[in-house]
Design a protein. Structure first.
Length: 381
């Protein structure tokens, strides 16, 4: 098959590139160096060849990501097929260019990252296996709409569909976050393919390995998540109790302050009464008995004022103590939240370590299988 170059169309300042469409070819020419697009023009790849080229491409992208670099505009035209696999050609970035391999977040104006390369990888792998684009469209508008909302159709192989679903998720957070996961899945598919070719009795090897690995990973993650959930529940209970205590203390303080204000108001009225009585005494010459009674009243009111002042001092002291207690509780709460954040970070680290362990186990299994197959071929020869 060969490719027929499609149009470049611009909409709202965004250029859409429709890669060449596959058509039947009468003959295929042998070229020393050619791009993956030229190879795909001849039709879809055999499973063994697709595994070899996609594994080589995944290895190259991982090396680039480990060096802190992003390709950002990966298409079959930017990949050269070599005798040992594939090689990435220098990126040729065209601002606003949209292809069937463009990650949805780039259409929303976000900068490319590792997950954008993983999306493009999944779209290219889909074309290798199925011989068609995962997101086909006739116009730039429909291509952008498909990339943003349409799921890729299945290939008919659950194993391949599961791999590509984790690469072609619309939300970057729902995709695999590192090429390491892609490499591990490709190795499992390679092992499964060898087993299928070697003996029909080995058809369940891939499922058994993936189930065992998934159960181990899910068990570790579930244990971590349960522990985090219990800690968060305890933290919420402690916070609720602290807030209830705080509200109770505040209600008590409000009541005492109200009582103190009422008492103070009564004392002010008594003082005003004393002034009036003194004025009356001066004007009408009240008797000594009345003066004595007024003096007793004043002394009583003075004592009451003194008691009110002492009560207000007590309330202020308790309010200060309560404020200090709240400050201590808030500090403890901050420390607890910090501990929870640290525990979540440890969980992320544990998941990454688990991925590394799974990768090493699959690599060892791959090597062991290759050795067994080589010895079997030597004995048969």
């Amino acid at each position: 098959m060969s490719y027929m170059t499609g149009p470049h169309v611009s909409i709202a300042g965004v250029t859409a590139e429709f890669p060449p469409c596959p058509i039947e070819a009468t003959a295929s020419a042998t070229v020393a160096k050619r791009t993956l697009a030229e190879r795909l023009a001849q039709g879809r790849l055999l499973v063994v060849e697709a595994l070899r080229l996609s594994t080589s491409l995944a290895n190259g992208l991982r090396r680039m990501h480990d060096e802190g670099r992003i390709y950002g505009c990966l298409t079959p035209s930017s990949i050269e097929v070599t005798p040992s696999g594939v090689a990435l050609l220098p990126p040729r970035t065209t601002p606003g260019l949209v292809t069937p391999y463009t990650a949805p977040e780039l259409l929303r104006g976000r900068a490319p990252d590792i997950r954008s390369d993983i999306f493009s990888f999944g779209a290219i792998l889909y074309e290798m296996i199925s011989g068609r684009w995962p997101f086909e469209a006739d116009t730039p508008e429909s291509l952008s709409a498909a990339l943003l909302s349409s799921p890729a159709p299945g290939t008919g192989n659950p194993a391949w569909d599961g791999l590509m679903a984790n690469c072609l998720a619309k939300d970057p957070a729902a995709r695999w976050q590192r090429m390491q996961k892609v490499q591990t899945e490709l190795r499992l598919l390679t092992i499964s393919t060898r087993c299928t070719e070697d003996s029909p009795r080995r058809e369940n090897v891939e499922a058994l390995i993936r189930t065992a690995v998934q159960q181990a990973v899910e068990s570790r993650i579930a244990t971590r998540l349960d522990s985090q959930a219990r800690s968060i529940a305890e933290l919420q209970q402690a916070l609720t109790a602290s807030m209830d205590t705080m509200q109770s203390h505040l209600r008590t303080v409000d009541g005492k302050l109200a009582t103190a204000l009422e008492t103070t108001a009564t004392s002010e009225e008594a003082t005003e009464l004393h002034l009036r009585l003194s004025h009356v005494e001066q004007r009408v010459g009240a008797s000594n008995e009345q003066i004595a009674q007024t003096t007793l009243i004043l002394e009583s009111e003075t004592r009451r004022i003194t008691c009110v002042e002492q009560e207000i001092k007590t309330i202020r002291r308790r309010a200060d103590e309560f404020s200090e207690s709240i400050a201590v509780q808030l500090h403890a709460l901050d420390q607890t939240v910090g501990s929870q954040a640290q525990a979540l970070e440890e969980t992320r680290t544990a998941v990454a370590q688990t991925d590394d362990l799974v990768e090493r186990v699959v690599e060892a299994l791959d090597s062991l299988q290759s050795i067994v197959l080589e010895r079997s071929e030597d004995k048969s020869s």
